[in-house]
Design a protein around this ligand. Structure first.
Ligand SMILES: Cc1ncc(COP(=O)(O)O)c(C=O)c1O
Length: 492
Protein backbone atom coordinates (compact mmCIF):
# COMPACT_ATOMS: atom_id res chain seq x y z
CA UNK A 1 0.00 0.00 0.00
CA UNK A 2 1.27 3.46 -0.86
CA UNK A 3 0.07 6.81 0.40
CA UNK A 4 -0.71 7.87 -3.16
CA UNK A 5 -4.38 8.84 -3.47
CA UNK A 6 -6.23 6.61 -5.91
CA UNK A 7 -7.13 8.54 -9.05
CA UNK A 8 -10.57 7.50 -10.18
CA UNK A 9 -12.06 8.90 -13.38
CA UNK A 10 -15.55 9.72 -14.56
CA UNK A 11 -17.17 11.01 -17.74
CA UNK A 12 -18.98 13.73 -15.81
CA UNK A 13 -17.61 17.23 -16.42
CA UNK A 14 -14.91 18.52 -14.13
CA UNK A 15 -16.67 21.84 -14.20
CA UNK A 16 -20.44 21.57 -14.21
CA UNK A 17 -20.88 25.30 -14.83
CA UNK A 18 -18.87 25.08 -18.04
CA UNK A 19 -20.91 22.07 -19.14
CA UNK A 20 -24.11 23.92 -18.32
CA UNK A 21 -23.01 26.91 -20.42
CA UNK A 22 -22.16 24.63 -23.35
CA UNK A 23 -25.43 22.72 -22.98
CA UNK A 24 -27.42 25.98 -23.03
CA UNK A 25 -25.47 27.01 -26.11
CA UNK A 26 -26.35 23.73 -27.81
CA UNK A 27 -30.04 24.24 -27.07
CA UNK A 28 -29.88 27.84 -28.32
CA UNK A 29 -28.10 26.78 -31.49
CA UNK A 30 -30.53 23.99 -32.31
CA UNK A 31 -33.59 26.11 -31.63
CA UNK A 32 -32.14 28.88 -33.82
CA UNK A 33 -31.40 26.28 -36.49
CA UNK A 34 -35.03 25.12 -36.46
CA UNK A 35 -36.42 28.66 -36.31
CA UNK A 36 -34.44 29.78 -39.36
CA UNK A 37 -34.73 26.68 -41.55
CA UNK A 38 -36.44 28.59 -44.36
CA UNK A 39 -33.36 30.72 -44.85
CA UNK A 40 -31.25 27.70 -45.72
CA UNK A 41 -31.23 25.09 -48.50
CA UNK A 42 -33.45 22.07 -48.01
CA UNK A 43 -30.40 19.91 -48.75
CA UNK A 44 -26.78 20.40 -49.70
CA UNK A 45 -24.11 17.84 -50.48
CA UNK A 46 -21.35 17.08 -47.99
CA UNK A 47 -18.12 18.71 -49.24
CA UNK A 48 -15.15 16.43 -49.87
CA UNK A 49 -13.06 18.12 -47.18
CA UNK A 50 -15.76 17.32 -44.62
CA UNK A 51 -15.90 13.69 -45.78
CA UNK A 52 -12.13 13.57 -45.37
CA UNK A 53 -12.47 14.81 -41.81
CA UNK A 54 -14.74 11.82 -41.18
CA UNK A 55 -11.83 9.50 -41.90
CA UNK A 56 -9.44 10.63 -39.20
CA UNK A 57 -7.59 8.17 -36.95
CA UNK A 58 -9.13 7.22 -33.61
CA UNK A 59 -8.42 10.04 -31.13
CA UNK A 60 -6.58 8.90 -27.99
CA UNK A 61 -6.24 12.28 -26.37
CA UNK A 62 -9.11 14.63 -25.46
CA UNK A 63 -10.09 17.42 -27.79
CA UNK A 64 -12.45 18.89 -25.20
CA UNK A 65 -16.19 19.46 -25.29
CA UNK A 66 -16.10 22.99 -26.77
CA UNK A 67 -13.82 21.98 -29.60
CA UNK A 68 -15.76 18.78 -30.36
CA UNK A 69 -18.95 20.84 -30.48
CA UNK A 70 -17.31 23.33 -32.86
CA UNK A 71 -16.50 20.35 -35.13
CA UNK A 72 -20.18 19.37 -35.02
CA UNK A 73 -21.24 22.90 -35.97
CA UNK A 74 -18.74 23.09 -38.82
CA UNK A 75 -19.03 19.58 -40.26
CA UNK A 76 -22.36 18.05 -39.29
CA UNK A 77 -24.97 20.73 -38.73
CA UNK A 78 -24.93 22.28 -42.24
CA UNK A 79 -24.86 19.00 -44.18
CA UNK A 80 -27.33 16.92 -42.22
CA UNK A 81 -30.22 15.39 -44.14
CA UNK A 82 -32.39 18.50 -44.16
CA UNK A 83 -35.44 16.54 -43.06
CA UNK A 84 -36.69 19.29 -40.70
CA UNK A 85 -36.86 21.78 -43.62
CA UNK A 86 -40.35 23.00 -44.65
CA UNK A 87 -39.71 21.84 -48.23
CA UNK A 88 -38.40 18.37 -47.45
CA UNK A 89 -40.85 15.89 -48.99
CA UNK A 90 -38.62 12.93 -49.89
CA UNK A 91 -39.53 9.31 -49.06
CA UNK A 92 -41.70 9.41 -45.86
CA UNK A 93 -39.58 11.53 -43.55
CA UNK A 94 -40.70 13.20 -40.36
CA UNK A 95 -39.42 16.73 -39.75
CA UNK A 96 -39.35 16.22 -35.97
CA UNK A 97 -40.49 18.82 -33.45
CA UNK A 98 -38.71 20.99 -30.87
CA UNK A 99 -40.52 19.20 -28.03
CA UNK A 100 -39.59 15.82 -29.51
CA UNK A 101 -35.97 16.96 -29.66
CA UNK A 102 -35.92 18.09 -26.04
CA UNK A 103 -37.70 14.89 -24.97
CA UNK A 104 -34.91 12.82 -26.52
CA UNK A 105 -32.44 14.83 -24.48
CA UNK A 106 -34.44 14.17 -21.30
CA UNK A 107 -34.73 10.46 -22.18
CA UNK A 108 -30.98 10.18 -22.69
CA UNK A 109 -30.39 11.96 -19.38
CA UNK A 110 -32.59 9.52 -17.47
CA UNK A 111 -31.31 6.64 -19.61
CA UNK A 112 -33.65 3.92 -18.39
CA UNK A 113 -33.45 0.50 -19.98
CA UNK A 114 -36.93 -0.09 -21.34
CA UNK A 115 -36.54 -3.87 -21.56
CA UNK A 116 -38.50 -4.20 -18.36
CA UNK A 117 -38.22 -3.90 -14.57
CA UNK A 118 -40.04 -1.64 -12.20
CA UNK A 119 -39.59 2.01 -13.05
CA UNK A 120 -41.97 4.72 -14.08
CA UNK A 121 -40.63 5.01 -17.63
CA UNK A 122 -42.32 1.68 -18.43
CA UNK A 123 -45.61 3.15 -17.22
CA UNK A 124 -45.09 6.00 -19.68
CA UNK A 125 -44.69 3.49 -22.54
CA UNK A 126 -47.80 1.57 -21.44
CA UNK A 127 -49.65 4.88 -21.38
CA UNK A 128 -48.45 5.80 -24.87
CA UNK A 129 -49.44 2.38 -26.23
CA UNK A 130 -52.89 2.73 -24.66
CA UNK A 131 -53.25 6.14 -26.28
CA UNK A 132 -52.14 4.70 -29.64
CA UNK A 133 -54.84 2.02 -29.41
CA UNK A 134 -57.43 4.68 -28.68
CA UNK A 135 -56.15 6.90 -31.51
CA UNK A 136 -56.53 4.06 -34.02
CA UNK A 137 -59.72 2.52 -32.53
CA UNK A 138 -57.77 -0.68 -31.86
CA UNK A 139 -59.07 -2.98 -29.06
CA UNK A 140 -58.11 -1.79 -25.57
CA UNK A 141 -57.03 -5.33 -24.54
CA UNK A 142 -54.42 -5.52 -27.30
CA UNK A 143 -50.71 -5.56 -26.51
CA UNK A 144 -48.16 -3.22 -28.01
CA UNK A 145 -44.52 -2.35 -28.25
CA UNK A 146 -42.68 0.75 -29.38
CA UNK A 147 -40.02 -0.18 -31.89
CA UNK A 148 -37.43 1.46 -34.13
CA UNK A 149 -39.87 2.00 -37.01
CA UNK A 150 -42.30 0.53 -39.47
CA UNK A 151 -39.91 -2.15 -40.71
CA UNK A 152 -39.44 -3.51 -37.22
CA UNK A 153 -43.16 -3.20 -36.48
CA UNK A 154 -43.89 -5.31 -39.57
CA UNK A 155 -41.30 -7.86 -38.44
CA UNK A 156 -42.86 -8.05 -34.97
CA UNK A 157 -46.38 -8.51 -36.37
CA UNK A 158 -45.32 -11.18 -38.85
CA UNK A 159 -43.22 -13.00 -36.25
CA UNK A 160 -46.27 -13.28 -34.01
CA UNK A 161 -48.25 -14.46 -37.04
CA UNK A 162 -45.69 -17.17 -37.80
CA UNK A 163 -45.20 -18.26 -34.19
CA UNK A 164 -48.95 -18.48 -33.52
CA UNK A 165 -49.73 -21.36 -35.90
CA UNK A 166 -51.71 -23.76 -33.74
CA UNK A 167 -50.42 -27.05 -35.18
CA UNK A 168 -46.70 -26.50 -34.75
CA UNK A 169 -44.41 -25.31 -31.97
CA UNK A 170 -42.61 -22.88 -34.24
CA UNK A 171 -40.21 -21.59 -31.62
CA UNK A 172 -38.99 -25.13 -31.00
CA UNK A 173 -39.21 -26.73 -34.40
CA UNK A 174 -38.60 -23.74 -36.66
CA UNK A 175 -39.84 -23.58 -40.23
CA UNK A 176 -38.27 -27.00 -40.85
CA UNK A 177 -41.23 -28.42 -38.95
CA UNK A 178 -43.71 -27.17 -41.55
CA UNK A 179 -45.15 -29.71 -43.95
CA UNK A 180 -46.51 -27.08 -46.36
CA UNK A 181 -45.12 -23.76 -47.53
CA UNK A 182 -46.77 -20.84 -45.74
CA UNK A 183 -48.11 -18.19 -48.12
CA UNK A 184 -48.43 -14.47 -47.48
CA UNK A 185 -50.55 -12.26 -49.74
CA UNK A 186 -49.99 -8.59 -50.32
CA UNK A 187 -50.13 -6.20 -53.24
CA UNK A 188 -47.29 -5.44 -55.61
CA UNK A 189 -47.23 -1.99 -53.93
CA UNK A 190 -46.54 -3.35 -50.43
CA UNK A 191 -43.47 -1.92 -48.71
CA UNK A 192 -40.20 -3.82 -49.11
CA UNK A 193 -39.88 -4.33 -45.36
CA UNK A 194 -42.60 -6.98 -45.58
CA UNK A 195 -40.47 -9.02 -47.96
CA UNK A 196 -37.42 -8.50 -45.75
CA UNK A 197 -39.43 -9.70 -42.74
CA UNK A 198 -40.63 -12.82 -44.57
CA UNK A 199 -37.05 -13.58 -45.57
CA UNK A 200 -35.78 -13.03 -42.02
CA UNK A 201 -38.48 -15.35 -40.70
CA UNK A 202 -36.93 -18.12 -42.76
CA UNK A 203 -39.92 -18.49 -45.04
CA UNK A 204 -38.22 -17.28 -48.21
CA UNK A 205 -39.59 -14.74 -50.64
CA UNK A 206 -41.24 -17.57 -52.61
CA UNK A 207 -43.75 -17.48 -49.75
CA UNK A 208 -45.01 -14.11 -50.96
CA UNK A 209 -47.82 -14.10 -53.47
CA UNK A 210 -47.84 -10.56 -54.87
CA UNK A 211 -51.28 -9.52 -56.04
CA UNK A 212 -51.76 -6.90 -58.76
CA UNK A 213 -53.30 -3.51 -58.05
CA UNK A 214 -56.16 -1.62 -59.68
CA UNK A 215 -55.92 1.85 -61.23
CA UNK A 216 -56.10 3.37 -57.75
CA UNK A 217 -53.06 1.24 -56.75
CA UNK A 218 -55.15 -0.83 -54.32
CA UNK A 219 -54.91 -4.60 -54.07
CA UNK A 220 -57.21 -6.40 -56.55
CA UNK A 221 -59.45 -8.27 -54.14
CA UNK A 222 -60.80 -10.70 -56.75
CA UNK A 223 -57.26 -11.60 -57.77
CA UNK A 224 -56.40 -12.12 -54.11
CA UNK A 225 -59.27 -14.57 -53.62
CA UNK A 226 -58.33 -16.43 -56.78
CA UNK A 227 -54.69 -16.65 -55.65
CA UNK A 228 -55.65 -18.08 -52.26
CA UNK A 229 -57.88 -20.71 -53.91
CA UNK A 230 -55.20 -21.64 -56.46
CA UNK A 231 -52.48 -21.94 -53.82
CA UNK A 232 -54.67 -24.14 -51.64
CA UNK A 233 -55.36 -26.39 -54.63
CA UNK A 234 -51.61 -26.55 -55.24
CA UNK A 235 -50.95 -27.81 -51.70
CA UNK A 236 -49.63 -24.52 -50.30
CA UNK A 237 -50.87 -23.08 -47.00
CA UNK A 238 -52.43 -19.60 -47.13
CA UNK A 239 -51.27 -18.03 -43.88
CA UNK A 240 -51.33 -14.26 -43.84
CA UNK A 241 -52.81 -11.27 -45.66
CA UNK A 242 -51.05 -7.91 -45.45
CA UNK A 243 -53.09 -4.81 -46.16
CA UNK A 244 -51.53 -1.41 -46.79
CA UNK A 245 -52.65 1.82 -45.17
CA UNK A 246 -51.13 3.51 -47.10
CA UNK A 247 -48.64 2.44 -49.79
CA UNK A 248 -45.32 4.24 -50.01
CA UNK A 249 -45.50 5.01 -53.73
CA UNK A 250 -48.90 6.68 -53.95
CA UNK A 251 -50.51 6.54 -50.46
CA UNK A 252 -53.27 4.31 -51.78
CA UNK A 253 -55.22 2.47 -49.09
CA UNK A 254 -56.35 -1.11 -49.63
CA UNK A 255 -59.97 -2.07 -48.94
CA UNK A 256 -59.11 -2.98 -45.37
CA UNK A 257 -62.56 -4.27 -44.42
CA UNK A 258 -62.75 -6.63 -47.38
CA UNK A 259 -59.28 -7.95 -46.59
CA UNK A 260 -60.38 -8.51 -42.98
CA UNK A 261 -63.44 -10.44 -44.23
CA UNK A 262 -61.29 -12.71 -46.40
CA UNK A 263 -58.74 -13.36 -43.65
CA UNK A 264 -61.55 -14.18 -41.23
CA UNK A 265 -63.26 -16.53 -43.67
CA UNK A 266 -60.00 -18.31 -44.54
CA UNK A 267 -58.71 -18.49 -40.94
CA UNK A 268 -55.64 -16.46 -41.90
CA UNK A 269 -53.63 -13.88 -39.96
CA UNK A 270 -54.42 -10.30 -40.94
CA UNK A 271 -51.60 -7.77 -40.70
CA UNK A 272 -51.95 -4.12 -41.67
CA UNK A 273 -48.92 -2.00 -42.54
CA UNK A 274 -50.15 1.45 -41.59
CA UNK A 275 -46.68 3.00 -41.42
CA UNK A 276 -47.95 6.49 -42.15
CA UNK A 277 -51.55 6.09 -43.35
CA UNK A 278 -52.82 4.62 -40.08
CA UNK A 279 -52.50 8.07 -38.52
CA UNK A 280 -55.15 9.38 -40.94
CA UNK A 281 -57.53 7.99 -38.31
CA UNK A 282 -56.74 11.09 -36.24
CA UNK A 283 -58.51 13.34 -38.73
CA UNK A 284 -62.32 13.21 -38.58
CA UNK A 285 -62.35 14.01 -42.32
CA UNK A 286 -60.07 11.08 -43.21
CA UNK A 287 -60.87 8.44 -40.60
CA UNK A 288 -63.29 6.47 -42.76
CA UNK A 289 -60.53 5.86 -45.34
CA UNK A 290 -58.72 3.51 -42.96
CA UNK A 291 -61.84 1.74 -41.67
CA UNK A 292 -61.15 -1.96 -41.19
CA UNK A 293 -57.60 -1.39 -39.95
CA UNK A 294 -58.84 -1.93 -36.40
CA UNK A 295 -59.79 -5.52 -37.35
CA UNK A 296 -56.16 -6.49 -38.01
CA UNK A 297 -54.54 -9.20 -35.88
CA UNK A 298 -51.44 -7.05 -35.93
CA UNK A 299 -51.02 -3.42 -36.89
CA UNK A 300 -47.73 -1.68 -37.68
CA UNK A 301 -47.36 2.10 -37.79
CA UNK A 302 -44.86 4.84 -37.18
CA UNK A 303 -44.87 7.85 -34.94
CA UNK A 304 -41.77 9.12 -36.75
CA UNK A 305 -43.75 9.61 -39.94
CA UNK A 306 -47.18 11.21 -39.81
CA UNK A 307 -46.98 12.00 -36.14
CA UNK A 308 -43.95 14.23 -36.81
CA UNK A 309 -41.83 12.74 -33.98
CA UNK A 310 -38.05 12.66 -34.38
CA UNK A 311 -36.50 9.29 -35.30
CA UNK A 312 -36.83 6.58 -34.12
CA UNK A 313 -40.24 5.53 -32.98
CA UNK A 314 -42.69 3.07 -34.49
CA UNK A 315 -45.29 0.84 -32.92
CA UNK A 316 -46.55 -2.73 -33.27
CA UNK A 317 -49.98 -3.58 -31.86
CA UNK A 318 -51.21 -7.17 -31.53
CA UNK A 319 -54.84 -8.05 -30.91
CA UNK A 320 -54.11 -11.23 -28.90
CA UNK A 321 -51.79 -10.34 -26.05
CA UNK A 322 -51.01 -13.98 -25.21
CA UNK A 323 -49.95 -14.75 -28.77
CA UNK A 324 -47.73 -11.69 -28.78
CA UNK A 325 -46.05 -12.67 -25.52
CA UNK A 326 -45.70 -16.33 -26.45
CA UNK A 327 -43.94 -15.35 -29.65
CA UNK A 328 -41.04 -13.70 -27.81
CA UNK A 329 -40.88 -14.34 -24.06
CA UNK A 330 -37.73 -16.03 -22.78
CA UNK A 331 -36.58 -15.53 -19.21
CA UNK A 332 -33.12 -16.64 -18.11
CA UNK A 333 -32.36 -16.53 -14.39
CA UNK A 334 -30.59 -13.18 -14.68
CA UNK A 335 -33.79 -11.62 -15.99
CA UNK A 336 -36.32 -13.23 -13.66
CA UNK A 337 -39.31 -10.94 -13.09
CA UNK A 338 -39.83 -10.54 -9.35
CA UNK A 339 -42.72 -9.60 -7.10
CA UNK A 340 -41.00 -6.68 -5.38
CA UNK A 341 -37.95 -4.49 -5.82
CA UNK A 342 -36.69 -3.23 -9.16
CA UNK A 343 -37.22 -6.59 -10.88
CA UNK A 344 -40.97 -6.48 -10.21
CA UNK A 345 -43.51 -6.53 -12.99
CA UNK A 346 -45.02 -9.43 -14.91
CA UNK A 347 -44.98 -7.66 -18.25
CA UNK A 348 -41.55 -6.66 -19.40
CA UNK A 349 -41.32 -5.15 -22.87
CA UNK A 350 -38.54 -7.62 -23.66
CA UNK A 351 -41.27 -10.31 -23.51
CA UNK A 352 -42.93 -8.69 -26.53
CA UNK A 353 -40.07 -8.23 -28.96
CA UNK A 354 -36.50 -9.16 -29.86
CA UNK A 355 -34.75 -6.27 -28.12
CA UNK A 356 -33.76 -6.54 -24.49
CA UNK A 357 -32.16 -3.15 -23.99
CA UNK A 358 -34.49 -0.51 -25.39
CA UNK A 359 -34.43 3.27 -25.36
CA UNK A 360 -37.04 5.55 -23.80
CA UNK A 361 -38.62 6.49 -27.13
CA UNK A 362 -42.01 6.66 -25.43
CA UNK A 363 -41.11 9.91 -23.69
CA UNK A 364 -41.15 12.07 -26.82
CA UNK A 365 -44.55 10.73 -27.85
CA UNK A 366 -45.95 11.22 -24.35
CA UNK A 367 -44.67 14.81 -24.14
CA UNK A 368 -45.72 15.63 -27.72
CA UNK A 369 -49.27 14.42 -27.09
CA UNK A 370 -49.54 16.18 -23.74
CA UNK A 371 -48.13 19.43 -25.10
CA UNK A 372 -50.49 19.85 -28.04
CA UNK A 373 -53.41 17.52 -27.34
CA UNK A 374 -54.21 14.86 -29.90
CA UNK A 375 -56.76 16.91 -31.89
CA UNK A 376 -54.05 19.19 -33.24
CA UNK A 377 -52.30 16.23 -34.86
CA UNK A 378 -55.55 15.34 -36.64
CA UNK A 379 -55.79 18.91 -37.92
CA UNK A 380 -52.15 18.90 -39.11
CA UNK A 381 -52.66 15.60 -40.91
CA UNK A 382 -55.68 16.99 -42.70
CA UNK A 383 -53.73 20.17 -43.48
CA UNK A 384 -51.06 18.02 -45.15
CA UNK A 385 -53.75 16.32 -47.25
CA UNK A 386 -55.27 19.64 -48.28
CA UNK A 387 -51.80 20.88 -49.21
CA UNK A 388 -51.27 17.76 -51.34
CA UNK A 389 -54.59 18.50 -53.06
CA UNK A 390 -53.36 22.04 -53.67
CA UNK A 391 -50.22 20.69 -55.35
CA UNK A 392 -52.36 18.31 -57.41
CA UNK A 393 -54.40 21.29 -58.62
CA UNK A 394 -51.20 23.19 -59.52
CA UNK A 395 -49.95 20.16 -61.47
CA UNK A 396 -53.24 19.79 -63.30
CA UNK A 397 -53.26 23.47 -64.19
CA UNK A 398 -49.72 23.44 -65.63
CA UNK A 399 -49.49 22.26 -69.26
CA UNK A 400 -45.84 21.25 -68.66
CA UNK A 401 -46.79 18.80 -65.90
CA UNK A 402 -48.66 15.51 -65.81
CA UNK A 403 -50.20 13.79 -62.80
CA UNK A 404 -49.15 10.11 -62.74
CA UNK A 405 -51.41 8.68 -60.02
CA UNK A 406 -54.59 9.54 -58.17
CA UNK A 407 -53.99 11.64 -55.05
CA UNK A 408 -55.57 9.57 -52.32
CA UNK A 409 -53.97 11.23 -49.32
CA UNK A 410 -50.69 13.12 -48.91
CA UNK A 411 -48.59 11.86 -51.83
CA UNK A 412 -48.50 13.50 -55.27
CA UNK A 413 -46.72 11.74 -58.16
CA UNK A 414 -46.19 13.73 -61.32
CA UNK A 415 -43.68 14.42 -64.08
CA UNK A 416 -42.47 17.14 -66.35
CA UNK A 417 -43.39 16.50 -69.97
CA UNK A 418 -42.37 18.07 -73.25
CA UNK A 419 -43.74 17.66 -76.73
CA UNK A 420 -41.95 15.16 -78.90
CA UNK A 421 -40.27 13.20 -76.08
CA UNK A 422 -41.14 9.51 -75.63
CA UNK A 423 -41.37 7.79 -72.25
CA UNK A 424 -37.71 6.73 -72.21
CA UNK A 425 -36.53 10.29 -72.83
CA UNK A 426 -39.00 11.66 -70.30
CA UNK A 427 -37.77 9.14 -67.75
CA UNK A 428 -34.19 10.25 -68.22
CA UNK A 429 -35.21 13.91 -68.14
CA UNK A 430 -37.28 13.59 -64.97
CA UNK A 431 -34.55 11.61 -63.23
CA UNK A 432 -32.04 14.40 -63.91
CA UNK A 433 -34.65 17.02 -63.04
CA UNK A 434 -35.13 15.49 -59.60
CA UNK A 435 -31.43 15.62 -58.88
CA UNK A 436 -31.13 19.22 -60.06
CA UNK A 437 -34.04 20.32 -57.88
CA UNK A 438 -32.39 18.63 -54.91
CA UNK A 439 -29.02 20.19 -55.73
CA UNK A 440 -30.58 23.62 -56.09
CA UNK A 441 -31.53 23.35 -52.40
CA UNK A 442 -35.06 24.56 -53.18
CA UNK A 443 -36.81 21.37 -52.11
CA UNK A 444 -36.28 17.67 -51.65
CA UNK A 445 -38.61 15.47 -53.63
CA UNK A 446 -37.60 11.91 -54.48
CA UNK A 447 -38.58 9.59 -57.31
CA UNK A 448 -40.36 6.36 -58.02
CA UNK A 449 -41.45 4.39 -61.08
CA UNK A 450 -45.17 4.13 -61.82
CA UNK A 451 -46.21 1.90 -64.71
CA UNK A 452 -42.82 2.39 -66.32
CA UNK A 453 -42.85 6.16 -65.90
CA UNK A 454 -40.33 8.06 -63.80
CA UNK A 455 -42.32 10.05 -61.26
CA UNK A 456 -41.42 13.02 -59.14
CA UNK A 457 -42.90 11.99 -55.82
CA UNK A 458 -43.88 14.46 -53.11
CA UNK A 459 -44.85 12.98 -49.74
CA UNK A 460 -46.11 15.50 -47.23
CA UNK A 461 -45.70 14.53 -43.56
CA UNK A 462 -44.34 17.97 -42.78
CA UNK A 463 -45.99 20.26 -40.22
CA UNK A 464 -43.74 23.16 -41.38
CA UNK A 465 -44.93 23.16 -44.98
CA UNK A 466 -47.09 26.02 -46.27
CA UNK A 467 -49.03 26.16 -49.53
CA UNK A 468 -46.64 28.75 -50.93
CA UNK A 469 -43.91 26.11 -50.72
CA UNK A 470 -45.69 24.17 -53.45
CA UNK A 471 -45.88 27.27 -55.67
CA UNK A 472 -42.09 27.38 -55.37
CA UNK A 473 -41.72 23.65 -56.06
CA UNK A 474 -43.84 23.81 -59.20
CA UNK A 475 -41.98 26.89 -60.40
CA UNK A 476 -38.62 25.19 -59.87
CA UNK A 477 -39.69 21.93 -61.53
CA UNK A 478 -40.96 23.73 -64.63
CA UNK A 479 -37.90 26.01 -64.78
CA UNK A 480 -35.54 23.03 -64.47
CA UNK A 481 -37.54 20.97 -66.97
CA UNK A 482 -37.39 23.76 -69.54
CA UNK A 483 -33.67 24.18 -68.89
CA UNK A 484 -33.13 20.46 -69.55
CA UNK A 485 -35.20 20.55 -72.73
CA UNK A 486 -33.17 23.56 -73.93
CA UNK A 487 -29.90 21.72 -73.17
CA UNK A 488 -31.11 18.66 -75.11
CA UNK A 489 -32.13 20.83 -78.05
CA UNK A 490 -28.75 22.61 -78.10
CA UNK A 491 -26.88 19.29 -77.73
CA UNK A 492 -29.11 17.69 -80.38
C1 LIG B 1 -45.76 1.76 -46.05
C2 LIG B 1 -44.45 1.66 -45.32
N1 LIG B 1 -44.21 0.61 -44.55
C3 LIG B 1 -43.05 0.46 -43.86
C4 LIG B 1 -42.08 1.42 -43.95
C5 LIG B 1 -40.78 1.24 -43.19
O1 LIG B 1 -40.77 2.10 -42.09
P1 LIG B 1 -39.39 2.50 -41.35
O2 LIG B 1 -38.61 3.25 -42.38
O3 LIG B 1 -39.85 3.34 -40.22
O4 LIG B 1 -38.74 1.25 -40.95
C6 LIG B 1 -42.28 2.55 -44.75
C7 LIG B 1 -41.24 3.59 -44.87
O5 LIG B 1 -41.39 4.57 -45.55
C8 LIG B 1 -43.51 2.68 -45.44
O6 LIG B 1 -43.76 3.75 -46.22
Amino acid sequence: MTDQPIREETLDPQNWDEMRALAYQMVDDMLDHLRTLRERPAWQPTPDEVKERMQLPLPHEPEGAESAYEDFKRDVLPYSMGSPHPRFWGWVISPGTPMGMMADMLAAGLNPNMGGASHVSNEVEFQVIDWCKEMLSYPAEASGLLVSGGSMANLVGLTVARNSLSDIDMRKQGVGGLSQRLMLYCSTETHSSVQKAVEMLGLGSDSIHSIPVNDAYQIEVDALEAAIAADKAAGLRPWCIVGSAATTNTASIDDLNRLADIAEREGMWYHVDGAFGALAALSPELKSMVAGMERADSLAFDLHKWFYAPFEVGCALVRDRAKHRNAFTLTPSYLVHGERGITAGKDWFSDYGFQLTRSFRALKVWLMIKTEGIDKYGRLIYQNVEQARYLKALVEAAPELELLAPVALNVVCFRFKAAGLDDDSLNALNKELLIRVQESGTAVVTGTMLKGKQAIRMCNVNHRTRREDFDLLVHEVIRTGNELVAETTVAG
